[in-house]
Design a protein around this ligand. Structure first.
Ligand code: ZN
Length: 159
């Protein structure tokens, strides 16, 4: 069957940036399974998958507008080190969950000075063109419960 609204799609993928570095891959893992048409994938990739069928392999480049968006400078903040009370060793690259006005958000430490810590709440892949190599492994109809929940259930999983 072809990929359409409300299908469950399993795919193998490799994601590279424009420099050719691999950012993510399903290699050595289970294929990624998602429910098509429910915004469970970034828009550009979901669009490229529409109408494909099992066994199809293709490559697609997704612009930031259809990926993780543009980098928003307002999400970069410098906060006093005292905001990280109880954490002695703060290093760039560490991630923290914060409770902001807009709900929980994951921020990444980008710079550490003796007094201050600069954090970035943007998605790590903001501003990046995402180059996917994709192989569609399986396409099936979603179960009624999966549609009700808006996500895929692993085989036999009921919750
Ligand atoms: Zn569920």
């Amino acid at each position: 069957m072809n990929i359409a609204q409300d299908c469950v799609v399993s795919l193998d993928y490799t994601l590279k940036n424009d420099a050719g570095e691999t950012l993510d891959s399903s290699e050595g893992k289970q294929p990624l399974a998602y429910l098509h048409g429910h915004r469970n994938l970034i828009r550009g990739l979901e669009k490229a998958l529409d109408g494909r069928s099992s066994g199809d392999s293709f490559e697609v480049s997704v612009d930031p507008e259809e990926g993780y968006g543009a980098h928003n400078p307002q999400l970069v903040q410098t906060v006093p080190r005292s905001a990280f009370e109880g954490i002695d060793d703060i290093q760039p690259g560490m991630r923290f969950q914060t409770g902001g006005e807009a709900g929980p958000m994951v921020v990444r430490v980008v710079e550490v000075s003796p007094e201050d810590v600069t954090i970035d709440g943007n998605h790590e892949l903001a501003d990046q063109t995402l180059n996917f190599s994709v192989t569609v492994m399986d396409v099936r109809e979603a179960t009624a419960q999966e549609l009700e929940h808006g996500h895929v259930h692993a085989e036999g999983q009921d919750h």
